[in-house]
Every structure is written in structure tokens, then in C-alpha cells.
Design a protein around this ligand. Sequence first.
Ligand code: PFF
Length: 456
Amino acid sequence: MNDQNNFAGKIGAILATAGSAVGLGNIWRFPTEAGANGGAAFLLIYISFMLLLATPIMIAEFTIGRHGQSDVMHAFESMSNGKKDWRYMGYLPVIAGILVLSYYAVVAGWTLEYAFRAGINDFIGKTQEEFTQDFIAFSSNPLKPLTWLFLILALTFGIVALGVQKGIERGAKIMMPTLFVFLAILAICSLTLPNASLGLNFLFKPDFSKVNSSTILSAMGQSFFTLSVGICCLCTYACYFRKDVNLIKDGFKVAAIDTLVAIMSGVIIFPAVYSIPGLSPDAGPSLVFITLPNVFQEVFSGLPVIAYLFSLMFYLLLVMAALTSSISMLEMSAAYFHKEKGMSRPKAALIMSLICLVLGAACSLSFGIWQDITIFGMGFFDLFDFLVAKLLMPIGGLLICIYLGWIVDNKDVYDELTNNGTIAQPLYPYFRFIIRYFAPICIAMIFITEIGLLKI
Ligand code: PFF
């Protein structure tokens, strides 16, 4: 294989994978979920699932992908012990990649609009009501969000078309460290706000009386979404890993980076929310687009330059986080056509981007003029989110566990994880137990509960 098709360095591979994992799921979805589910208790349960469920499945995806060194279809076939039908798993990232990018790009587009608004100082002097009206008017406008959707898909296409080393790896190497610096600055600013300690208490002091079955399910779902596991996104990236990458160690590093970003987002958002009387941490998905611009204005009301910089930095951060994830989504589907069908990389990426543009437009319009069009009672945006997060991710995760735990030879898995016996993997027995027994049972339970077959 041409070296340009692999990540050149170990750091590049980790950063690109962390780039896929870290995204709107951490900065937008995590605070929303934590806010709605009681804060610290949610955080603890979420971290347990990250350790016991999502990270092992991520390592499973790494194992399959790196063993194959080509694309997901080939990867599943090459370890399948003659059970060739497993190659059809190669369609999962194609379908899931298109679906997830179509709706994720809509929210990613919103982040561009808000970065732009922050840039032209549009937030100054506005009240909470005005922010609410602005957001509703914008998200239901037929044209404006589509323009941003187009732009975010064009950016994503550009990076993926450039290839693995020049596009994805370089993009991640620039964007990921920048994101960390931005997060750190914002977190420090937030900690200096009045009542910051209330926000920190909410995030770090668990109150287990708030825990119920839905907290547990939400925490499990969040751990899947935030690590991009279950739909072979990480399996796609692992096809480009070098043979000397330590898959278990790097898996834990990515999970640690991802968790750190989620916690830092909480440290930015909750002290900010508590610093204004009357605002509540369970404001839902609007927290980031309605509550926060207001918080920035109110908290720094005497310091317009700081308010301006704080808002601009925050939304640029969201744009970057969304972009490093959206490129992994596009790569999932484009890789199939590039590797299996022999299409050039730019052509494969272009066709997939255009499909996502059309589907994404439908998702975007479901907030406005198409809000009455529903399928199974859901608009396009909610339907796509349901299909990906509630159907494909658990089903895919379950199949990955069955495949690696029961179909593939134990020796092949062990050899891949120990880099053919050259490195020690003391955690291997735990990994194997989780993949064979614990994870499939847990996922099956989430799945049947989420689709409403089981009520707990
Ligand atoms: N993990 C990403 C986030 O937290 O924003 C979202 C994501 C990326 C989901 C890639 C699925 C995927 F395949």
C-alpha cells in the first residue's frame, strides 16, 4: 500500500482518531445530557461506561481495521475464518456515514453561523428573549442554514479529498492542539466567574438520588456517540494505522482525551450558567446556542472586548471540533468507493458529500418549512439521529463484539493486539471477557430498552 494512504506518525493517528471522537458530542451533547441528568452522578456513570463498554469496543474496531489495512469490507473478510458473509459489515460505515454526516453537518453549520455572528459582534446588548428568537428564526429559515450546511460539507470534502496524510492527519494535527488551548483558556475564564463553585459542585459532587434508569441509559448512549463507536468509523481509521501502534494503549489515550474534553466543556459551561441568576443547567440542546451567547454577554457586560473574544473563541472551537468529526464521517463512506470500487479519492468524497448535501437539506428544513413532514412520527433530523444513535450504533456494536469475540480466532486477535508478540498486553484477558460477554449483554439491554421493547 502506498504510504500516503496511512497515517505517517503515531501521534497523527491518535490525533485524527481523537479528532473523530471529540466533537459536538462532547461540547454540545455532553453538557446537555449531564445537565438534564443531574450532573456529577451522570458523569460518574458515563465514565464507567466509557471504561467498560465504549473503549473496549473502540479497541475491537481498531483490531479489525488495523488487521485489514485496507477498508472495512476487506478487514471483516480477512479475519472471518472463512465466514465470508461478514464482509457485508463493510456496508455499515457507508450507510451510517452518510446518515450521520447528513444531520451532524446541519448542527455543524449552525456553529459556523454562530462563529460568524460572534465575529461580527452580533451578540452585543441582546437579551435572553432575543437570543431565543434569533435561534428559532435562524434554524427555521429555509435558506441561511442551507448555506452553512453547504460550506461545512465543502470544507469536509476538501480535507478528505486531500487524502489521509495531507488532509486528515494534517488537519487533526493543527485543529486538535488548537482546540485544547482554546478549551483551557475558556475553562480558566469560566472558573473566575461569580458562583463558579456552584457550577463545579453540579458537575463534580454526585447526588445519587437523581439517578434513575434513564440516567443510566443516557450515559451509555452518550459513551457510544462520543467515541464514534459501533458504526465502524474507528475501524475505517484503524485501516490506516501503522503496525507498530499499541492499539490498547492508544484506545485508552483517545478515550482519555475525549473524556477530558467533555469535562472541560462542563467546566466552561456550568460555572457560566450558574453565574447568572435564573438560568438553569438543564436548558437542553439550546444551552449552547441560546443560553451561552447570553451568558457571555451578561457575565462580561462591563468588558465588551473579553465578551467578544470569549464568544468568538467558543464558537470557533465548536466549528473545529465538528469538522474533525465530520471528516471521519465522510471518510467512512468515501473509503468504500475509493478502495472497493476503485474510484479516485476526490471523486468518491465528492459524490458522498453531494448525497449528504441533499439529505442534510431535508434534515435542515425539518426545523422549518418541512416540520410537518414526519416518518414514524419524526422529522428528518430526528429520524436520522434515531437511525444512527439508537439503531445502527447498538446493532453495529453488538455485531462487532460477536464477530471479534466469537468468530475471529483468539490467536489472531491476540497477535494483532500484541503486534505479533512484540509488546505485552496485560489487559488482554479483561478485554476478551468484555467483548465476549459483558458488552454484548449490555448493548442488547440498551437496544431493547431504547426501541421500547423493555421498560425499566
Ligand atoms: N464522536 C463524535 C462527537 O462526539 O461529536 C460524533 C461521531 C463521529 C459519531 C463519527 C459517529 C461517527 F462515526
